[in-house]
Design a protein around this ligand. Structure first.
Ligand code: AMP
Length: 542
């Protein structure tokens, strides 16, 4: 027997309808690409998203079409996502930090029909446009006054294009499993792979991760997503913030410490979300200028392991609660958050920082397991490492346009490619990417643990550890460090600092100081490039 409740499909435009109805005056504040700070409301975002949908429909965009966005976090980008999905089309986010050839590859694979972009990226697109035959039109997020002359096909200023619609439009109706968003992962090997979100997965994921133990969003929250809309589905914030009525503060293209600090203070931000590299810039800026944050209560940090020293700095020096989160593009993207469960409510000092250094526990809708190489589940004892596998309503079951045979295991779990432990309380801790773990004498050394420890040294700004071939041990760890501004790193002092804090056989065989560690387009340490940089290097111990 079926229940007798309404069939109310979980469609994304219902989120902005709700925000418009319940939180209509709640603001979306952006640093515009043209310069000035721009203010709008959810009621207006909704009204203009309806125009985007109407206008796209008039341009012949239909259910299933891909509309690319290559743009910073601003109100226009947000409206565009709702407008695109409101006709049943698919927002395809492109990361502008990718190499031009990768962008060409991705846009061709997706067969994008329209590209929506910022002024910043016109030169980039002009250089590759003749390699993008599927694109029929370029819409530039600006107004007539700022629109430059461009040879991009059918280029139009967004505001002019939008003004041709009156907004008298009804959202399209379709099944909740309809595709809504497409985001390619920056695979370190092979071609990028497209993760295809549905309306249902986006709505459920946003509903669930906004819970108090994870993002903890409410109509009193003011959230600054430093995480771009083009990274991993914006960590859901394009949906979860309006869904819960949180004011959004969009930083645009200025992500340096001073600019972010200014936005956090002037807009009275209560929580911010981003990768550790961005927070490092903010912490360095605040240390140098002797500044404190007056309204921020919670920092959502993820995308790569949050170093212990960073958690300490926020928690202890600044009194800001750190929520360490883990996930991946394939998971919509959040999987775990590191809140404090009831049994740990009294933890203080180092013990609390230890807990917060873990990547946290799964919220409703995410199931996790760790397995050995044969696929057998391993115990949740906080010590045993295994391949981390996940299942849930917002986890991928296949990449777009490729053969997905064997992607999931027999129980429908997706292999994240991460190696992790899970403790008896359900807290997961990432040990490494499976391809980055250092194999020494048949045992594994976690590069992440070593990196986190090294950045606790007062002269070290950033650290990366890679395995270097060793005739006896197979691989041994090499620590690569970047000094803090104005500091000089003494190799022996770093090693002395690490001694006693880790097992003896985990100690790096050498320390190399560099001016910069390479990063990927999503801000993670680019170990592939780093290994390449050090391919001629020989350990002193060999
Ligand atoms: P992406 O799909 O680009 O977001 O990359 C996902 C990968 O980033 C994960 O599989 C992890 O390897 C890594 N990652 C994300 N968050 C964390 C975290 N909090 N700690 C360690 N690694 C992380």
């Amino acid at each position: 027997m079926l229940g007798l409740m309404q069939d109310w499909p979980l469609l994304i435009h219902r989120v902005i309808d709700h925000a418009g109805a319940q939180f209509g005056t709640r603001e979306v504040v952006s640093r515009s690409v043209e310069g000035p700070v721009h203010r709008t409301t959810y009621a207006d975002v909704r009204a203009r998203a309806l125009k985007v949908a109407q206008r796209l429909e008039r341009d012949g965009i239909v259910n299933g079409d891909r509309v690319a966005t290559l743009a910073w976090n601003t109100w226009r980008h947000l409206e565009a996502w709702y407008g695109i999905t409101g006709v049943g089309a698919i927002y395809h986010t492109i990361n502008p930090r990718l190499f031009p050839e990768q962008i060409v590859w991705i846009a061709n694979h997706a067969q994008d029909r329209v590209v929506m972009t910022d002024l910043t990226f016109i030169p980039l697109l002009e250089a590759i446009a003749d390699k993008l035959p599927s694109v029929e039109r370029y819409i530039v997020f600006t107004d007539a006054a700022h629109m430059p002359a461009t040879k991009l096909k059918n280029a139009v200023a967004y505001e002019d294009w939008l003004n041709e619609a009156d907004g008298d439009f009804r959202w399209a109706e379709f099944d909740e499993k309809t595709a809504a968003g497409l985001c390619y992962t920056s695979g370190t090997t092979g071609n990028p792979k497209g993760v295809l979100y549905s309306h249902r997965s986006n709505v459920l994921h946003s509903l669930s991760l906004a819970n108090p133990d994870c993002f903890g969003l409410s109509s009193r929250s003011v959230i600054l997503p430093v995480v771009p809309l083009f990274h991993a589905n914006s960590w859901s914030l394009a949906f979860s913030a309006p869904m819960y009525g949180a004011k959004m503060v969009m930083p645009g293209m200025r992500l340096d410490g001073a600019s972010i600090y200014e936005m956090l203070e002037t807009e009275k931000v209560t929580m911010a979300a981003g990768v550790p590299t961005v927070w490092l810039m903010l912490l360095q800026y605040m240390a140098k200028e002797k500044k404190k944050l007056s309204t921020v209560e919670r920092m959502l940090i993820g995308g790569s392991a949050c170093p212990r020293a960073m958690i300490e700095a926020f928690q202890i020096e600044h009194g800001i609660d750190v929520v360490h989160a883990w996930g991946m593009t394939e998971m919509s993207p959040v999987g775990t958050c590191g809140a404090v469960k009831a049994q740990f409510a009294d933890l203080k000092g180092d013990a609390l920082i230890d807990l917060k250094s873990k990547q946290g526990f799964a919220f409703f809708g995410v199931e996790m397991k760790i397995t050995d190489d044969s696929g057998k589940s391993l115990p949740w004892d906080g010590k045993t490492f295994g391949s981390l596998k996940v299942a849930g309503f917002a986890v991928t079951r296949g990449y777009y346009g490729v053969d997905n045979t064997g992607l999931l295991d027999d129980d429908g779990f997706f292999d994240t490619g991460d190696v992790a432990t899970i403790d008896a309380n359900g807290y997961m801790q990432i040990t490494d990417r499976s391809k980055d773990v250092i194999k020494s004498g048949g045992e594994w050394i976690s590069s992440i643990d070593l990196e986190n420890l090294a950045v606790g040294h007062p002269d070290v700004a950033e650290a990366a550890v890679i395995g270097i071939a060793h005739p006896r041990w197979d691989e041994r760890p090499l620590l690569v460090v970047v000094p803090k501004e104005g500091r000089v790193i003494d190799r022996d002092s770093v090693l002395r600092y690490m001694e006693g804090r880790i097992a003896k056989w985990w100690m790096p065989d050498d320390v190399q100081v560099v001016a910069e560690i390479p990063h990927t387009a999503t801000g993670k340490i680019n170990k592939l490039k780093l290994r390449d940089d050090f391919k001629a290097y020989k350990l002193p111990t060999t």
